[in-house]
Design a binder for this molecule. Sequence first.
Ligand code: ZN
Length: 327
Amino acid sequence: MAGPRRGRGRGGLVAAVCLAAAVAGCGGSAGGGAVPSTARAGASAAADRGGPRPPAVPAAAAAPAVPAVLPGPARAEEETSSEAVARRADAARAALETTRRWGLARLPLPAPQPPAGRPELRAAQGVKLADGLPPVVYRVPTEQPIVFLTVDDGAEKDPEFSRMAAELGIPLSTFVADYLARSDYGYFRRLSEQGDAVNNHTINHRNLKVLDYATQRDEICRQQDQLEGQIGTRPRLFRPPYGEYNEDTLRAAGSCGIEAVPLWNEEAFPDRMEYRYEDQRLHPGDIILTHFRGTDLWPGSMPDLLRKVVDEVTAQGFALARLDDYL
Ligand SMILES: [Zn+2]
């Protein structure tokens, strides 16, 4: 069954996009031109590009005990530079082809490697800390040019949307309400299997603020149990419906094992983004909210929505990272 670390399983795909981005010059980022540090440091890929390769002699000299005719796998890879270049070119072509196929304006910027451990939350703009309660977070404190996409509720279960996110290497954190998801938890199980997080958004999606503590606790804890049973992982993150909460909500959530309560600074629709702040742009660590909604309620499909978000995020010089790796 699903283990909590499975969320990192998308590394290969991200790495492929990253590698491709390194070769392709990250598709020409617009605003600020910020390239996450791993894209720069990640690789010998970038360093190799164009420049003459150093002679193989130093590597051989560093390990004289290994016969030159039987190089270890790593060295073999290092030494066959034309093959490595060809592989990178193939990866770049594949990434560009994927980008075009989904109709994106340009290659998404690669997310940096997630931190080894989740950083401890400090008091900052966009973070509300209170003793003994899970923190409420509108923006994750970070200097990196990353933002996070969160998808709520669960009414529309569009397989094209999950396929698009997987093929583009876009990580999602979802917040699922049982009454909308229960007709097909398999959809969310598959999202979880492809590395996306499935988090708690209560059983019935009621406005918790008007409910007493016991009822709030029931709404949150029962959804913890339900998701653990259906998905195989007990969520660490919880988002109250409508973003409405009081101290009872946080106390109840904490008692059900919730570690953080992410809200949002931007909301995305298939045809536009809405910004909380007057500068009308993204900031490092911003959390973007959107919903599993279909064309019955929206002027576009879920893939239209993802295209809008990714293009907007890329144009502003940001990469989409996985919220659950940072909170
Ligand atoms: Zn909701």
